[in-house]
Design a protein around this ligand. Structure first.
Ligand code: 1GP
Length: 237
């Protein structure tokens, strides 16, 4: 079996940037997915993330097994809650919402997920998830009932990321929220990237190829694109 985390670390060492396409299972049917997979396979994507804030998990297994048949890219769950866990994926971003103070998203959901995870062979990637203000309320904010961290306090965000690394998070994810009005500020990406040595994922509100490049240049190791690809499957053409 592939070691997804090790490969992410190897890419970081070689300064090879990673690009993940995020698929929201709420918005997918098997037919839609079949059409998208061809686009994913011909895109520069290196990973596929599957998850959403509100999905209840009904046809997740079916979607994932189809995805696994049709693409050789690593498929990682990006779960909003434990119902979104399925052994059909390759791994899971095991998220801890470091920016919030809601115990459900700091430890309760993680405990609830254990019996489900123990039944799978998913590779578990401990991920410190940090929500950043983006101009208007996002689904993550609404669902998790937590406040994002201020856009103008990169030092505190970097300190939070470093605490995540000290706790043992293997990855830090700076998130503006899906469809965010404003993406994570470049200066913040750069401040955080300089402070941590674990890989840095950045996503939310990135809508252009230029936006992706700027996030990479600022220090993101992986950029996540959801809405832009959802709205235009030819985005990467
Ligand atoms: C959301 O970071 C991801 O969790 C992707 O955001 O949908 O805005 O690309 P977008």
């Amino acid at each position: 079996m592939k070691n997804i985390y090790q490969e992410i670390l190897n890419s970081k060492k070689r300064n090879q940037k990673l690009l993940a396409i995020l698929l929201d299972p709420d918005k997918l049917t098997v037919d839609i997915l079949i059409g998208l997979v061809t686009k994913i396979n011909s895109s520069p994507a290196t990973h596929v993330l599957v998850g959403g804030s509100s999905f209840d998990g009904n046809h997740l297994g079916q979607l994932l097994s189809l995805l696994k048949q049709k693409t050789s890219l690593p498929v990682l769950l990006f779960p909003g809650n434990p119902t979104q866990i399925s052994g059909e994926a390759d791994g899971v971003l095991f998220l801890q919402l470091l920016s919030g103070r809601n115990p459900d998203y700091l430890i309760e959901h993680q405990i609830d997920a254990v019996p489900l995870l123990e039944k799978t062979n998913l590779e578990i990637l401990s991920t410190g998830y940090i929500l950043i203000e983006s101009g208007s309320e996002t689904a993550v904010e609404r669902v998790s009932q937590t406040k994002p961290l201020a856009r103008n306090n990169s030092d505190y965000v970097a300190q939070t990321a470093k605490a995540g690394a000290f706790i043992g998070n293997q990855l830090i994810y700076l998130e503006a929220g899906s469809g965010a009005q404003n993406a994570v500020p470049l200066e913040m990406i750069s401040t955080v990237a300089q402070r941590i040595s674990i890989p840095l994922i950045v996503g939310g509100g990135i809508r252009s190829k230029n936006g992706i490049e700027e996030a990479f240049t600022a220090g993101a190791d992986m950029v996540v694109i959801g809405t832009a690809f959802e709205n235009d499957p030819n985005f990467f053409d």
